[in-house]
Design a protein around this ligand. Structure first.
Ligand code: C5P
Length: 310
């Protein structure tokens, strides 16, 4: 193919990161997971993935982006595992092949489902590239085998999650929400944060508290202040106990005018909800100037789940 011709064989997919507006966590279950009751919102912080045909049985991946060095570019990569899983359920890994290229924007090990977004993108891209007859529900079932957040990265928008977080129901949500995300210069491993949760809550019932009804009311009516008042993350004390200086960052966001500050998922990303877009611009400038974190991003939600571009 000449350089001037478009690469018609290439499939491009964009997948969002997420923030948990509510993350209620129950005790450890016998399967090693925790019972969750959560409200996900997909945010306009995306990873882009392109998939090109490769020889049967060949599965490769390359990673770009400022945190690319933190992501394995081998068979342990969640996107490669997604491609292999999809192939194995549709005739065998030796029947298909793919070269994946991922451009990461979602923070790596940041509590925003970056790895799950890549797996979701790979499922959508490979299904299209290989011409598989597979519907969104089937893709979500496959996604759940790869990670608890993968089904939500496929679905997008706003959803209530139960079970491991992968049993999803869409939630009515009006309006747009403007977030500032502060990315600290540390990583927190999700299993380590859940383990610390267990240490802090040795008697937790496996059934979590329900998500706050007022949060769902706020989303349904598009009342950003009501939503802000009822953001909750049961993993926050565990994340703060592993990374105490995150408390300074959360306080700084509140002082700079955020309606609410919360650790995103298992952290360490801290998410600040702003009253509107102008407030988010001001807040991100103020947080940047404080120099308490590696970088500050703005994002809005909700946005759709993993989808093909072009
Ligand atoms: O499913 P995923 O691989 O993304 O989850 C990463 C880790 O987070 C799990 O290995 C587990 O330690 C923890 N986790 C959990 N309960 C959940 C979801 C995740 O304990 N519901």
């Amino acid at each position: 193919m000449s350089a001037s011709q478009p690469d018609t064989d290439q499939v491009k997919v964009r997948a969002p990161g997420k923030v948990n507006l509510a993350l209620r966590v129950g005790g450890l279950r016998s399967d090693g997971y925790h019972g969750l009751a959560t409200v996900f919102q997909a945010l306009s912080l995306f990873d882009d993935l392109s998939a090109r045909p490769a020889a049967p049985g060949s599965y490769g991946v390359s990673i770009a982006g400022d945190q690319a060095h933190l992501v394995p570019a081998d068979d342990t990569n969640l996107a490669v595992r997604a491609a292999r899983l999809l192939a194995s359920r549709h005739g065998g890994e030796g029947r298909y092949g793919v070269d994946l290229a991922i451009r990461k924007t979602i923070p790596v090990t940041g509590g925003m489902a970056g790895g799950s977004a890549d797996a979701a993108a790979a499922l959508v891209a490979c299904a299209a590239l290989w011409g598989l007859d597979i519907n969104p529900d089937e893709l979500r079932v496959l996604g759940a085998e790869l990670g608890a957040d993968v089904p939500f990265c496929l679905l997008g928008s706003t959803a209530l999650g139960h079970g491991r977080g992968d049993d999803l129901v869409p939630v009515l949500s009006r309006g747009g929400y403007h977030w500032v995300l502060a990315l600290p210069d540390i990583e927190l491993s999700t299993p380590a944060v859940f383990r610390r949760f267990d240490e802090l809550n040795p008697d937790a019932d496996p059934t979590p508290e329900p998500v706050p009804p007022a949060l769902l009311e706020g989303l349904a009516s598009g009342d950003v202040r009501l939503v802000a008042e009822h953001l909750v993350n049961d993993l926050e004390p565990a994340a703060l106990s592993l990374a105490p200086h995150l408390a300074d960052l959360l306080d700084a966001g509140r002082s700079a005018g955020a309606l609410a500050s919360i650790v995103s998922g298992s952290g360490p990303t801290c998410a600040f909800l702003a009253a509107n877009e102008d407030a988010a611009v001001g807040l991100s400038n103020d947080l940047n100037a404080l120099g308490l974190c590696r970088t500050v991003r703005r994002a809005s939600g909700p946005v759709p789940g993993a989808r093909q571009l072009g």
